[in-house]
Design a protein around this ligand. Structure first.
Ligand code: PEP
Ligand code: MG
Length: 588
């Protein structure tokens, strides 16, 4: 029973897709699924299996049709959603899920509906129960499994899916929950925004809504009972605020914000085609960091000139066994292909204190090191287990046949680490050459992350052995200031703007310039637009950051001259602390 009123009411949910939506709220409900949990007789198993096969075929057919329908969506949405549909199709093939379901029917003599429900739930729960740092990835995979289970169930029971037909153009779509498959059916031009009472910011539904570019707020408890059908609502996909029955002043404020957002968006789109250069012509190469493959389409449209940091850890996470050379090579090749001739810098596995990788447990004899951040991490672990490094280097070299790649070593602090890696690298290159494996014509550059004070202080020596540098300010700050990067912001101990850190960045860029090698900066500092002029003053000409940040950083670079940047850097290096540096960059 709805308790609605005409006065303004505010709700907060997870902001999942930015933008302001204003329109009447209309609710859509998904018919409930009725599942009969019954057993079958052994003699009926074959008939039950053919019923299941028929539902699977229908599910495959629907997903095929859905994939074809993607052609009508903007290109970036297509590239985001298509891999998800492929993942669903894959699960409908000879997957662990299908084996489990069939075993429940054939051996457990369970009715197909009950088998699908029980197996997809069990596998989703098992995924969620895994440990490791990639919680977001686990939630997504569990959601995929449940989603495909529901689709098969609807086809088995012939119960209809949700329908969006008949909803008024320009309305705000409201639902208690939205499945990724529902989100894939939404025509973005028909709606002003989306709100739900359930669902989080990490799920596939959220990913899809972002891809569709619709303002969306998920998981706003209680919002449905407050909104009578057709009542006016405002949603702010950036703050997660929903206002039902807004007052005239709230409405006016939202309309102004919408107009301002539209202007900014248009200006950033225009910026995409303009070069990243200061007013007096210092060109800066802006690249993107890639942490998870689903970020790839967003990177493609961000205006990035390549991937400056591919954190390869995701390939090793959520697996019981380590990915072999073929598996890795295929993943790298797809990314290199997608970047269409722009370089991809692949960082070899950086296992460290803050990253848990189950499949690596056999390689971690010093698991209970007294201080894991100061122990066997990054390149140190790889050199302790050269087979890990050899497999990954071979996979990257093979992907190099598809386009330009660069190889980057994490957590280097000694020249000996580069030399030892080079020996292994040369050996792998020669072995693949001898076998006639397809690779790049030239051996790809081998560079290092500068993320320990030792690497920055010895940058001149290291530059003799490295083909390029990439400054990792996240770790460099942590190790320089002896302050964990996970410390709360308020603690003020961890701050990449501390002059000590800036000094090490300056030393590194000077050493790189003397040696004639390129140097980029790929820590989180790269995505702070206010810091961009300062970094240019410190000699940085290449930045790699989250793709979303590229337009704003470009705008900041285009607003200054190199002389201003140099002045700012000189003042910052002499400043007493990070707060004073903040004043300098703010006032510039
Ligand atoms: C860094 O340390 O700045 C960096 C880019 O590496 P990560 O954040 O993956 O440790
Ligand atoms: Mg690092």
């Amino acid at each position: 029973m709805k308790q609605t009123s005409r006065t303004e009411q505010r709700f907060t949910g997870h902001p999942v897709s930015p933008g302001i939506g204003i329109g009447p709220v209309h609710e859509t409900a998904e018919p409930a699924l009725a599942i009969a949990h019954k057993k079958i007789a052994a003699a009926d198993a074959a008939a039950e299996m053919s019923r299941l096969e028929e539902a699977l075929a229908r599910s495959r057919h629907q997903l095929g049709k859905l994939k074809a329908r993607l052609a009508g969506l903007p290109e970036h949405s297509q590239t985001e959603i298509a891999p998800l549909i492929d993942a669903y199709l894959h699960m409908l093939g000879p997957s662990r899920l299908m084996r489990g379901i069939k075993a429940r029917v054939e051996d457990g003599l369970t009715a197909a509906e009950a088998a699908v429900h029980a197996e997809s739930e069990a596998q989703a729960e098992a995924i969620l129960a895994l440990t490791g740092s990639d919680r977001q990835g686990r939630v997504r995979r569990a959601e995929e499994v449940r989603e495909i289970g529901r689709r098969i169930l609807r086809n088995l029971t012939r119960q209809p899916f949700r329908s969006f037909a008949g909803l008024p153009q320009g309305c705000i779509l409201a639902a208690s929950d939205l499945r990724p498959a529902d989100a894939a059916l939404i025509q973005p031009a028909n709606f002003a925004g989306i709100i739900t009472e359930e669902g989080g910011a990490d799920g596939h539904t959220a990913v899809m809504l972002r891809a569709l570019g619709l303002p969306a707020v998920l998981g706003a408890a209680g919002v449905l009972s407050a909104a009578a059908p057709g009542s006016l609502a405002i949603i702010d996909g950036e703050t997660g605020t929903i206002i039902i029955n807004p007052s005239p002043s709230s409405l006016e404020a939202a309309q102004q914000k919408l107009a301002a957002l539209t202007r900014t968006r248009r200006a950033l789109i225009r910026l995409q085609r303009l070069p990243a250069a200061t007013r007096d012509g210092t060109a800066v190469n802006l690249q993107a960091n890639l942490e998870l493959p689903f970020e790839l389409p967003m990177i493609a449209q961000s205006g990035a000139h390549g991937i400056g940091l591919l954190r390869s850890e995701f390939i090793f996470m959520n697996r019981e066994i380590l990915p072999d050379e073929d598996t890795q090579s295929e993943i790298y090749r797809n990314i290199v292909d997608a970047m269409d001739g722009d370089p991809v810098t692949i960082r070899v596995l950086d296992w460290g204190s803050d990253k848990e990788i189950e499949a690596l447990s056999a390689y971690l004899p010093l698991h209970d090191e007294p201080n894991p951040a100061l122990g066997l991490r990054g390149i140190r672990l790889l050199l302790r287990h050269p087979s890990l490094l050899e497999t990954q280097l071979a996979a990257i070299l093979r992907a190099g046949a598809a386009g330009p790649v660069r190889i980057m070593l994490p957590m280097v602090s000694l020249a000996a680490e580069i030399l030892a890696t080079r020996e292994i690298y040369d050996r792998v290159w020669k072995r693949l050459k001898r076998k006639g494996v397809r690779m790049a014509a030239q051996k790809p550059p081998l560079g290092i992350m500068v993320e320990t004070p030792a690497a920055a202080l010895a940058a001149r020596q290291l530059a003799r052995h490295a083909d390029f540098f990439a400054i990792g300010t996240n770790d460099l700050t942590m190790y320089t200031l002896a302050a964990d990067r996970g410390l709360p912001v308020g603690s003020k101990l961890y701050d990449p703007l501390e002059p000590a850190v800036l000094g090490l960045i300056g030393m590194t860029t000077r050493a790189a310039a003397e040696a004639g090698i390129t140097v980029s900066l790929c820590g989180e500092l790269a995505s702070r637009e206010q810091a961009a002029p300062l970094l240019l003053g410190l000699g940085i000409r290449q930045l790699s950051m989250h793709g979303n940040a590229i337009p704003r950083v470009k705008r900041a670079i285009r607003a200054v001259s190199q002389a201003q940047c140099d002045e700012m850097a000189a003042a910052a290096l002499m400043a007493p602390d990070a707060d004073a540096v903040r004043e300098i960059i703010r006032d510039a």
